[in-house]
Design a binder for this molecule. Structure first.
Ligand SMILES: [Zn+2]
Length: 403
C-alpha cells in the first residue's frame, strides 16, 4: 500500500512570507489547552504591547471578562482572520494605529482591514534578513524552494528579501494601499496588486451562496461600483491582479466586474483568483473564457471536515471542486490552475496528503496534477534538489523521508 516518490523542491503560489517570517518567535498558543494559554497570556509584560499568535476560538474563549484581566496583548487567530485586543492594549494601539483601538471587537472591520492588519502584525513583530533566512530554510526542509508573498508589508519587506538574497525565491504582491506607497522601482518588483472580496470560513465571513448553519450570511467587502472604480484605477498601473474570493458571491462579483472592465477596454497583465473554494461550474467556465488563473489550496479540502460545524452538507461536498475544473472544464494544472498552501500549513507532505486523500471524491488530485500545479512559473529558477516521500494509501498519509 506504500509507495515512495521523489519530488523536486516546489513553488508555493500563495503564502504570506513577510508575515510568517516576522511572526516567527512570537508566542504561539495553538497547541496549548485553555488553562495553559491563559497562563501564558497572563504572564506577558504589563508595560508593553505583546503579540501572540495561534488563537483558536473553539478552544479558548476570549470574551470581554477574560480579556479584561490580561496585560496589553493583541492575540491573532490561527486562521489569521480575527484577533482579540485586551482593554489594557488600547492605549498602545491608540498610539500605533488609532482605528484599531476603536474596533477591537468589530469582526466586519477586521475583515475589511485584514490586509492592513497583516501589515500591522508584520511591523509589530519586526522583519529582518535573519528571520527570513530561517523561514526559507524551514521551507526547504518541507520541500518548498520558492513562494509568493500575497501581502508584503511595504518597501521594507522588499528590502529584506533582497538583503537575504531571496530576490528570485519570493514573488511579491501588495495591497492597493501598500502598492501606492511604493516607489516606481519597487512597484516594478511586484507581481501585482492583491485585493480581498470576502473573508474566511473560520470567521464565517466567506460570501457563500447560502448562509452558514448558524444562519449567518457574510457581506461582500466592496459594493459593485466601488470595486469597479478600484479595479479601473489599478488597471492603469499595468500590473498583475490577484483577487481573494472564497464564496460564490465573491466569485460572481469579480467575474461581473472583469467583464464590465473588458467591455471598457481595461485589462490586467494577469488575473488570478485566490482560493475560489466554492466556484460553480458556470463560474468556472466564465473564468476560463476570461483567461483567468485559479490559485487554489489543496489543504483547504480539509475545510469540509474542519468546518463541518458551520458548513452545509452541500457546501462540504462542493468545496475545492478540482475534478469538475479539470475534467469537465479543462483547467490545466501549472497553466491556469496553480496550487499553494496559504501557510495552513506550509509544505509538501500536508498539501500532497490533502490532494491525494481529501474528504470528497471531487477534491482528489493526481500526483502528476499536484506536481504540475506546484511548479514555479519560471521553472529555470528551481534547483535540482529533490526530497523523498512515503505515500501510504491505507492510512491516507504522506510523510517526508530522511534523505
Ligand atoms: Zn492568504
Amino acid at each position: 500500500m506504500d509507495r515512495i516518490v521523489e519530488l523536486s523542491l516546489a513553488h508555493d503560489h500563495h503564502s504570506h512570507v513577510s508575515l510568517y517570517a516576522a511572526m516567527d518567535g512570537v508566542p504561539d498558543i495553538s497547541s496549548l489547552d485553555a488553562a495553559q494559554a491563559t497562563a501564558l497570556l497572563a504572564a506577558l509584560p504589563g508595560d508593553s504591547l505583546s503579540l501572540v499568535k495561534g488563537w483558536r476560538s473553539d478552544r479558548l474563549d476570549l470574551g470581554p471578562a477574560v480579556l479584561e484581566k490580561l496585560p496589553p496583548v493583541l492575540i491573532v487567530n490561527s486562521s489569521l482572520h480575527g484577533f482579540a485586543l485586551s482593554p489594557s492594549a488600547r492605549p498602545f494601539a491608540e498610539r500605533l494605529w488609532p482605528e484599531l483601538a476603536g474596533h477591537g471587537d468589530d469582526r466586519q472591520w477586521g475583515e475589511l482591514h485584514l490586509p492592513d492588519l497583516f501589515v500591522f502584525y508584520t511591523r509589530l513583530a519586526g522583519l529582518d534578513s535573519e528571520k527570513l533566512a530561517r523561514f526559507m530554510a524551514g521551507m526547504a526542509a518541507l520541500g518548498i524552494h520558492s513562494l509568493e508573498d500575497m501581502t508584503i508589508s511595504g518597501a521594507e519587506a522588499l528590502r529584506a528579501f533582497a538583503e537575504a538574497g531571496l530576490g528570485d525565491r519570493v514573488r511579491s504582491w501588495a495591497t492597493p494601499k501598500v502598492f501606492a506607497s511604493l516607489s516606481r522601482n519597487d512597484r516594478a518588483r511586484c507581481e501585482g496588486v492583491k485585493i480581498f472580496l470576502d473573508g474566511s470560513l473560520g470567521a464565517r465571513s466567506a460570501a457563500l451562496d447560502e448562509g452558514f448553519l448558524d444562519g449567518s450570511q457574510a457581506a461582500l467587502l466592496y459594493g459593485d461600483e466601488e470595486l469597479l472604480a478600484l479595479l479601473a484605477a489599478l488597471a492603469a498601473e499595468r500590473t498583475g491582479l490577484s483577487v481573494h474570493a472564497i464564496g460564490h458571491r465573491a466569485i460572481e462579483q469579480i467575474l461581473g466586474a472583469l467583464r464590465t472592465l473588458r467591455r471598457e477596454g481595461l485589462e490586467f497583465e494577469t488575473v488570478r483568483l485566490e482560493h475560489v473554494q466554492f466556484i460553480s461550474q458556470e463560474q468556472g467556465r466564465a473564468a476560463r473564457d476570461l483567461g483567468l488563473v485559479l490559485s487554489m489550496q489543496p489543504n483547504f479540502s480539509m475545510d469540509s471536515e474542519l468546518y463541518a460545524d458551520r458548513l452545509r452538507e452541500r457546501h462540504r461536498v462542493e468545496n475545492n471542486p478540482f475534478r469538475m475544473l479539470i475534467d469537465r472544464l479543462g483547467f490545466r494544472p501549472g497553466l491556469d490552475l496553480v496550487f499553494g498552501s496559504d501557510g495552513m500549513p506550509h509544505g509538501i507532505p500536508e498539501a500532497l496528503r490533502w490532494s491525494l486523500f481529501p474528504p470528497h471524491e471531487g477534491q482528489v488530485l493526481g500526483l502528476d496534477e499536484f506536481v504540475a500545479g506546484s511548479k514555479a512559473p519560471n521553472d529555470s529558477t528551481q534547483p535540482v534538489v529533490s526530497l523523498r516521500y512515503r505515500i501510504d494509501s491505507r492510512s491516507r498519509s504522506v510523510e517526508a523521508l530522511e534523505s
